[in-house]
Design a protein around this ligand. Sequence first.
Ligand SMILES: O=C(O)C1=C[C@@H](OP(=O)(O)O)[C@@H](O)[C@H](O)C1
Ligand SMILES: C=C(OP(=O)(O)O)C(=O)O
Length: 406
Amino acid sequence: MANVLITPSVLSGNILVPPSKSAAHRAAICSALAGGKPLFDGEALSNDITATCRAMRAICGGGKAVQIDCGESGSTLRFLIPVAAALGLNAEFIGSGRLPERPIGVYLDCLPRHGVLCNTQGGLPLTVSGQMTPGRFELPGNISSQFITGLLLALPLLNGDSELVLSSPLESAGYVDMTIEIMREFGVTVQRAENGWNIPGRQKYRPCEYRVERDWSQAAFFLAAGTLGGTLRLEGLNPDSCQGDRAAEQLFREFGARVEWEGSVLSVSPKELTGIEIDASQIPDLVPVLAATAALCRGCTRIYNAQRLRIKESDRLFAMADGLTKLGGKVVETPDGLIIDGVPLLHGGKAEGFNDHRIVMALSIAALKADGGVTVSDAQSIEKSYPAFFEDYNRLGGKANVFHMG
Ligand SMILES: O=C(O)C1=C[C@@H](OP(=O)(O)O)[C@@H](O)[C@H](O)C1
Ligand SMILES: C=C(OP(=O)(O)O)C(=O)O
């Protein structure tokens, strides 16, 4: 357990954005299924990517019975349940933090119809056994796109063709596009159909030299810091990325920040800021940091279509409303979002991180503009996606002191 004490300051300078967690999960899975050499050998990894790499070593290890510890990673769990079933493994999935409670019902519905026995008291542990069979898979598009990614990764491995049909509109669509793009790099293809995808069976993943692109979701924390304070220059981002969170560039511009490409560097600096309307259906992971920014923009920001944030590492709508309010922000929670009236300056004080990396990072950005020190609990949770966050923050002139407890 750790707290972080943030002393307000201005961040400025250059930052090399960390690699995309979403792309790294997919590439680690495709590469292991291709029998390629480990993708991230010897690199310092986030907890979630470590969990996926460890799981793929177990899955590809040759045994028929495996235990897969997903840690707190929803992606690891939702991507690998169908992969294990497609390989006919007897796999026990375990996890920690909030993961055991996060939804897996979509699989409990559709996998048993395809030969997979799912054994669970509700959440985790979950045991799957039996060889998954190809065919028609119908599933909702609005609970988590991770179920769709999991099936897209797994179905090409089956000995016949499948179709994946959406029973409700797809949210977080950029993540599914990314899955398909990365699978293609590893030699596996699917075809878009009217309401889903056709997935030819009997395909093989093939090794390739894959370079993980930089993370637009993590970049957003620095776009916010630049919007609220000094000039930040973000290096390494792909302007043509299919990451849905690439939308951050335009959203911070809409808040009023000056956001400009200087060659391959994205520069952001503050100007007159005003509240905006944000449809979060395609960009769930941006919401905490957008809320933090909105708390300090003039006027009202409305974030809607964000009900899915309640089933992430924390209830992120509650967590941001709670944290910002404790720091003097004006935030009202709605069933599917937040309504935020900006204030010129937040107050010093204490806020909870809810063991959620994006809440801790978002509140640490909001704390840049407070009239006193801000303590955020659960600072260690950043290791889920961005272990070097506070080092990068401090290198840019931030004053974050992490205190480990116990
Ligand atoms: O596929 C992915 O890499 C992700 C999909 C999104 O989840 P949902 O589709 O459940 O919104 C996102 O929130 C998560 O952080 C990563
Ligand atoms: C929700 C997230 O990840 P996951 O679903 O993989 O746990 C996240 O990184 O914000």
